[in-house]
Design a protein around this ligand. Structure first.
Ligand code: NCD
Length: 341
């Protein structure tokens, strides 16, 4: 779906009226998009290629006209409930919602809320519903928490990461960033490196990539390899994937290298963490054999798995990737709540 019409059509109008008219048109088109309108965004598996492509076209349009959605959702209230720490996801949703004109409430970590006194997810949601929340953005350490939240309220719930399982909006950002770097996703060889067992961004990206004609290589120590259910899903969809222990043996083939940190907080046994900690690091030396066009992505935060010496090279795409989070989350919220009321 193309969200924006040619601005030339309105160029004679004063800018405030022009924005209003653009918004009316945006809402009219978004209102037709029943794949997003009023829906929960719980798993990237719920999205097919054409839906993702419509989303990406709208993000491209927003990048071309950065103010065109400003104030679109004025009067709506977004409840951002983060039961786990976050920097990028929380702040980009917060800025996205405010730029859309929404009021924002909630908490960025459980420490400052009644969750630290033992309040349940159910009660927290019901309470914010009572305050008039029009949508919920939820991050939680328990897998399935976002789905449970969606069953608790009639308002749309956006999963901002639940446990080690799903992070659908991050996967949308990652797909968008790869597409932006190469102008396509089909035909690419994508390596996903790191903690693929506990890292929700890695599995969500693999699910998202399964909508495209890509070859995936999962690079991880055995103890952190991609979970069987993800590999099974890919196999059923006929997607080629292979598993490797060592980056060096595959780096020369790759177009994209998606690096993730070891999810220390999710590894149940500290001795297991001791065994895998520091097992991989991506730096200039490990990328010696890489194609000059290789793009390195990372959902961030990084710890020691991605050397800062890469930041100034053409390989580094992770800050561009992080920046895409804002327009993408703006478009997503507009599509979910774009009722124009
Ligand atoms: C990731 C997450 O929370 O899963 N961060 C993010 O949302 N960009 C990755 C991580 O914490 O390692």
């Amino acid at each position: 779906m193309r969200v924006f019409c040619s601005s030339a059509k309105y160029s004679a109008e004063p800018s405030r009226r022009r924005v209003k008219r653009l918004q009316v048109e945006v809402v009219a088109q978004m209102g037709k998009d029943s794949d997003f309108l009023g829906r929960d965004i719980l798993s990237i598996r719920d999205y097919k290629r054409d839906q993702l492509e419509r989303l990406f076209h709208s993000v491209e349009d927003l990048e071309k006209s950065p103010n065109s959605l400003d104030g679109l959702l004025k009067g709506d209230l977004a409840a951002l409930l983060f039961f786990e720490p976050s920097t990028r996801t929380y702040s980009s949703f917060q800025i996205a919602a405010s730029t859309l004109g929404m009021q924002v409430t909630g908490f960025a970590s459980p420490a400052g809320s009644s969750v630290s006194k033992g309040e349940t997810l159910h009660d927290t949601i019901r309470m914010f519903e009572g305050y008039g929340a029009d949508c919920f953005v939820i991050r939680h350490p328990m897998p399935g928490a976002a789905r449970y939240a969606a069953e608790t309220t009639d308002k749309p719930v956006i999963n901002a990461g639940d446990g080690s399982r799903e992070h659908p909006t991050q996967a949308m950002i990652d797909l968008f960033a790869i597409r932006k770097a190469f102008g396509k996703l089909d035909g690419l060889k994508v390596g996903i490196l790191g903690d693929l067992k506990y890292g929700r961004t890695a599995s969500s990206l693999a699910y998202g990539l399964s909508n495209y004609d890509v070859e995936m290589t999962f690079i991880a120590p055995e103890a952190l390899q991609m979970r069987p259910e993800v590999q099974h899903f890919l196999k059923q969809k006929g997607i080629t994937s292979k598993s490797e222990k060592d980056l060096r043996s595959v780096v020369s083939e790759l177009d994209v290298l998606y690096v993730t940190r070891i999810q220390k907080e999710r590894i149940p046994d500290p001795t297991e963490f001791e065994k895998v900690k520091g097992m991989y690091q991506v730096n200039l030396e490990t990328l010696k054999e890489a194609k000059p066009s290789l793009k390195v992505l990372h959902p961030l935060p990084r710890v020691d798995e991605l050397a800062a010496e890469l930041d100034a090279t053409n390989f580094a795409d992770y800050f561009v990737q992080a920046a895409a989070g804002l327009p993408l989350r703006m478009v997503l919220m507009s599509l979910v709540l774009g009722d124009g009321s």
